[in-house]
Ligand binder design. Structure first.
Ligand SMILES: CC(C)(COP(=O)(O)OP(=O)(O)OC[C@H]1O[C@@H](n2cnc3c(N)ncnc32)[C@H](O)[C@@H]1OP(=O)(O)O)[C@@H](O)C(=O)NCCC(=O)NCCS
Length: 174
């Protein structure tokens, strides 16, 4: 079949292997952290953790194959901060990029955030990550701040950009 079909669903424990494989090839030093990328080679590494179980992830399938994930979590454990959900990880398999997978995952995250009563969806992105910055801006995320020289990657100090999309009135996550 010609064309693209992106389907987004909540992750399942059985996605572990495919997600670990995807994550191992998805990041570069422009988008992620070398210390985290190295973990993929650790024999005890697991993609899902107690803090980030399958239910905290949306996965996208493109033409039936797992093509990306998005991790959606409260930004802090504080009740006062509970109306904000954070995109704590987003990656699309290199061969599946520019086909709307990232867009579909972010749209599904926004829908889930609204359904959970969140007022705001926030994220952080390295200033060197031009493709992600463009994607977020295109979907209505605004720059809320910059953490200057926040990370040192390969000897270079880089800014981290804080972005958010305000979702309107919500009742607070349930
Ligand atoms: C950033 C990322 C998630 C984008 O996923 P994607 O599935 O390719 O995104 P989409 O196909 O939905 O792209 C939508 C729009 O975003 C922008 N965009 C995405 N990738 C881009 C790129 N490489 N260059 C320029 N613009 C880009 C474009 O405006 C694009 O629309 P277009 O293809 O019609 O021009 C993907 O490149 C990725 O996984 N990168 C590595 C991990 C990462 O950086 N994660 C984000 C961390 S904050």
């Amino acid at each position: 079949m010609v064309g693209k079909v992106v389907a987004v669903r909540i992750a399942r424990a059985g996605d572990e292997t495919a997600l670990a494989r995807l994550d191992a090839v998805a990041w570069t030093t422009a988008s992620g952290f070398p210390s985290v990328m190295e973990r993929a080679g650790d024999p005890f590494y697991t993609f899902f953790t107690d803090d980030s179980p399958p239910g905290a992830h949306l996965v996208a399938e493109l033409d039936g194959r797992l093509a990306g994930y998005l991790r959606l979590k409260p930004v802090t454990p504080l009740a006062e901060n509970a109306h904000v959900l954070g995109v704590m990880g987003l990656a699309v398999a290199p061969e599946a990029r520019r086909r709307g997978v990232g867009t579909a995952l972010l749209a599904a995250a926004e829908e889930q955030a609204r359904a959970r009563g969140a007022r705001k969806l926030s994220l952080r992105v390295l200033s060197t990550n031009e493709s992600a910055l463009r994607l977020y801006e295109r979907l209505g995320f605004e720059r809320e701040g910059v953490l200057r020289d926040e990370f040192c990657i390969n000897g270079r100090y880089l800014d981290d950009v804080i972005m958010a999309k305000h979702l309107g009135a919500g009742g607070g996550p349930g």
